[in-house]
Write a new protein. Structure first.
Lengths: 420, 161
């Protein structure tokens, strides 16, 4: 029997010709990632085991993006510790200060991840790089330490679920709407332990930014990874961003899938995940006017240039409702600068938005946009669990950038066509 | 390993944001983290819980972020075991790596909040009929967990040099 792209990548990294789902393998790692929240625990474990080196300083990356610019003294101490560790062990890829961007937007942009890689990151949204045809998955800090020291880790080869997407995209509908639709359909554990694989003409038509958003939220369905076929768009992206050599893997036509879903994207309209699960998905149009206090456009899901371009199109010559805080977070310094060049920042400022430096901040209720008791936000982020953005009695609605920007103007959840 | 403890019941999809809210993650101190465990669902949970108590969850326990602070916070309260219908995958690995025992069993509806139960973790749950722990994980536990396994491996390498 043939293999899926995920099985092929794992087999190649385990030095095997064939693997099947359920098998436990030890795979070589191409990259190990941690951030300012998860790295401190990894470094504690590193000291505990008495390690004296990392397996390859070029393959360890630290991104200080969660509680930066530092929100308090303990988070500043954590970042200081990571800088000291990196100096001591010769780790060059430390993204800090003006070089800091949100990790999962930053790594592909910096060319650190390429098709065919096996990547682990002590951050659950590490699954984002599947958009490039790589196997990447989130792990805890201890697993990351093991990877950082040995250059390997163990994996259970996941079963694969295929999402075959056809049809033509409607106006304002992006990758975020598709992934919200899928999570709404299969549930927050619908792909537990499995791989979510995407193909079909509607996927070929999607931008890389939209593919990153889809791969990013695989974890919100419980999946181990999300993965896309490498096509011309992937190759153009990789050529523009990376000098690393890479291998292209492709699923065999007779590969085994636990389930295959057929999705006509032409039937999809703008989606919103209501509190307090990413699977509580409704059409934006059917929601009625839900008043909001805050809008967040950013994050590792939707803080890329396509997202900011959509938000700018909607917010141009408009004003954010007077009782709404609209926070825009360009995900990386390059995206920030490109937004400046394109005039998006001017549009956002004219509309009355707050422009934040790249940070994960409000998405996880860390800082830079916390909600008070009873407040509601609509955000282009990825989780809307109880208390995710602040007070346990605050609420988060998830959407793509178009619905978020339109909602900022009206001060209530709004379909983008209503503000055109 | 036989465990006897009072039961705290939580429902489906207990995510890591409620197990330990992100705003406390600037600390890695298990004691500090444990004081905020389950705070969004029950602000006095850390005060009420006693050493040896057991958590019972529904489906997809531990979903969400990769934060290892979640099993650390639970363990630091003296809770040795979580039983749930199913676990999110990163939490599952993290718990074993941190020495928090997990059992997959569908007993949520059979047990009352506050009831005392006895579980034989080594015997696959004993009276609590649990899905067996994957053999590979059992091996890893027998090695003393991933970090001990790594420590031994590094020591052996040192001896060779």
């Amino acid at each position: 029997m043939g293999m899926t792209i995920t099985e092929k990548i794992l087999a190649a990294h385990a030095g095997k010709d064939y693997v099947e789902c359920g098998e436990i393998i030890e795979a070589k790692l191409d990259l190990c990632l941690a951030n300012d929240i998860t790295a401190p625990l990894s470094l504690e474990e590193f000291d505990k085991v008495g390690a004296r080196r990392v397996f390859d300083p070029e393959k360890v990356v630290f991104v200080l993006d969660h509680f930066t610019p530092n929100k308090d003294i303990p988070s500043a101490e954590n970042c200081k510790r990571i800088r000291e560790f990196s100096k001591k062990y010769g780790i060059r890829h430390v993204y800090d200060g003006g070089a800091c961007g949100i990790e999962h937007a930053l790594l592909p942009e910096e060319g650190l991840v390429v098709p065919g890689d096996v990547i682990i990151g002590a951050d659950s949204h590490t699954c984002t790089y599947g958009a490039l045809g790589a196997f990447s998955t989130g792990v805890g800090s201890t697993d990351l330490t093991y990877g950082m020291v040995t250059g390997k880790n163990w994996f259970k080869v996941p079963e694969s679920i295929k999402f075959h997407c056809t049809g033509t995209w409607q106006k304002w509908v992006t990758g975020k709407d598709l992934i919200l639709h899928i999570i709404g359909m299969i549930g927050v554990d619908g792909a537990l332990y499995a791989s979510m694989e995407y193909d079909g003409e509607a996927i070929t038509a999607l931008s890389m930014d939209s593919r990153f958003a889809i791969a990013n939220m695989a974890i919100e369905a419980g999946a181990k990874n999300g993965i896309f076929k490498v096509d011309e768009k992937t190759l153009a992206y990789v050529k523009n961003h990376s000098k690393r050599p890479f291998v292209i893997f492709e699923s065999d036509t007779d590969a085994h899938y636990r389930e295959v879903f057929e999705i006509d994207v032409g039937k999809l309209d703008s989606k919103v995940a209501c509190p307090s699960l990413p699977s509580n998905v409704k059409d934006a149009r059917e929601l009625g006017a839900i008043r909001i206090d805050q809008v967040v456009i950013g994050s590792c899901t939707n803080g890329r240039i396509e997202d900011l371009a959509i938000a700018a199109t909607i917010l141009k010559n408009k004003k954010v409702a007077s009782d709404v805080r609209c926070i825009i977070i360009p995900a990386t310094p390059k995206i920030y600068r490109e937004s400046m060049r394109q005039g998006y920042l001017e549009i956002f400022m004219e509309a009355g938005c707050i422009i934040s430096p790249p940070t994960c901040g409000p998405c996880l209720g860390g800082h830079m946009g916390i909600l008070a008791k009873g407040e509601k936000a609509i955000a282009t982020t990825n989780r809307n669990f109880v208390g995710r953005m602040g007070h346990p009695e605050s609420e988060v609605f998830l959407s793509g950038p178009a619905v978020a920007a339109a909602s900022a103007i009206r001060g209530s959840i709004t379909h983008p066509s209503e503000v055109e | 390993m036989k465990l006897k403890g009072r039961v705290w019941k939580f429902g489906d999809n207990i995510d890591t944001d409620v197990i330990i809210p992100a705003r406390y993650l600037s600390s890695t101190d298990p004691k500090i983290l444990s004081q905020h465990c389950m705070e969004p669902l029950d602000p006095s949970f850390a005060e009420k819980v006693r050493e040896g108590d057991i958590i019972i969850g529904g489906q997809n326990f531990g979903c969400g972020s990769s934060r290892e602070h979640a099993p650390i916070a639970i363990s630091a309260l003296g809770i040795p075991l979580v039983i749930a219908k199913s676990f999110a995958r990163i939490f599952y690995r993290n718990a074993f790596n941190k020495g928090l025992a997990l059992l997959e069993a569908d007993i949520f509806d059979e047990i009352e909040q506050g009831e005392e139960i006895e579980v034989d973790v080594a015997a696959g749950g004993g009276e609590v009929k649990a899905k067996p722990i994957p053999p590979f994980m059992v091996e890893l536990i027998n090695e003393g967990g991933l970090i001990n396994y790594l420590r031994k491996k590094l020591e052996e390498e040192d001896e060779k040099i």
